[in-house]
Design a protein around this ligand. Sequence first.
Ligand code: HEM
Length: 514
Amino acid sequence: MTYFLTGDSITLTLLVLLILIFAYYTYNLRTNNIFRRLGMPGPAPIPFLGEAYNIIRKGLIKNDIDLVHKYGKIIGIVGGKAPNILLSDPDLLRNVLIKDSNVFINRRVFEGISGPLEHGLLALKDEQWKNARSIISPTFSTAKLKAMYGLMNEISDMYYKRLLEYADKQEIFDIKALNGQYTLDNIASCLFGIETNSLQNENVTLINHLKKFFNRGFSNIFLFIFFISPRLASYLGKKGYSMFPKDAIDYTTNLVNQILARRRQRLERRNDFIQMMIDHEEDETNQQTDKKEQQPQQQWGTLKKTLNDKEIFSQAVIFLVAGYETTSILMSCFFYVMATEPVIQEKVYEEICQELGDDEVTHEKLNQLPYLDMVISETLRMYPPGIRFDRVASCDYQLGNYHIPKGSIINVSVYPIHHDPNVWPDPEKFIPERFLPAEKAKRHPMTYLPFGDGPRNCIGMRFALLEAKLGIAKALRVVEFQKCEKTQVPLQLGKLEIVNSKNGIWVRVVRRSQ
Ligand code: HEM
């Protein structure tokens, strides 16, 4: 503590701050000139702080809505080194995300990134990303998800039993906290290969370490440095500083290494991501041996066919970072809708009773709930958990009327797209019938992007939907959701996320009569 109070450290901190502000200001001047030359509409830059000032003041979602209202569907935003474009024009989005996805293959990441993020899908670039994605994608195929279903099923049983406990105790509670435990257990079990049992508070040390991977306080400091100065972030990354605490990385790395070793020695087997990577490794080794024996002269391509241990660990951490809170938000907003829209809740309940009765909830049966699907889709429209995603132009590019330079960042702000009254009449109203097949067919596909789109879309989409549907179906069979004195209506949006994390989503549950 005393260290931070010495005169030397204060001078040093002030100096670093001044350098950061000056660097940011210089970048802002440069990007402002680029936008002026292009003639792209957008807000006048605020001296020194760029758009960061408005985002801090209003929050990202509210700020994006205001920008789109004022400047339209293609907006130049000054803030940082590269030109930042907020895009919501559906035709141009289709070009960026699908037609010219080879130009926009990468996301915005800092160079020299280290730690578990280094080899994770979110941050990988170009050929390395293509390679990893092609190895990992089969994990999320229907057949593999069916294989994981047994693991998910066990967790969903614990989940509905916890809901019954709340019902019996007549206790109001924050459903987001419970859903966090549900999604953590699912990802840990199906993708990390370990059982956290956080729904039963069992593996507390492990749970605490895993939680550090999505502790916003710590990672936000790093992200802030990245937005202000990507170079400083890269430098810190190269020096071994990571977005995640070292004790959490060491603990989980050791654990996953032990699991990998046990699986390779065939001491245990589970239908999870780790196992799929090991099986794939063994298949590849066998195939290569066979082929080499047949054609000893053949040269093998440079493309990797398997992931090494570090890469497997990185993917597991990324699944945790990308899949824990997003799915928990989806489920929490869904139950918020159930509590505040009783007519819709009854319709979902009736469909579940009719299709599932008291039978075992199988993978196949979950696919026979069209009304539930529509309610989930409308929940994702109203409350998209992934509020923004981006792509970086790998070369100069003609974006509609504008010739944008290489390195430009295309930001896709999902909330204003999902609340555009020209596409979604009465956008603040919850209307599941918007997702009837005939209604869907009338809309441009780029007006609904909860999981992004194109080759770099969310790889965990089907996993998330399966996990959410299973938890929801089992929950609604046994309890009814109701508003309580702490339920905020309408839902208050957070500054950097859909659900205000401080407030949570409070509800009451009541046992359904048998
Ligand atoms: C409701 C739940 C979820 C939502 C709304 C969501 C949303 C998103 C969005 C918007 C993106 C960016 C897509 C793009 O750039 O086009 C993304 C990427 C990604 N998501 Fe999800 N996600 C969810 C659940 C999950 C889960 C459960 C996992 C893990 C199993 C996961 C893993 C990933 C990964 C690895 C990427 C990066 C893919 C790549 O770069 O190749 N997500 N997600």
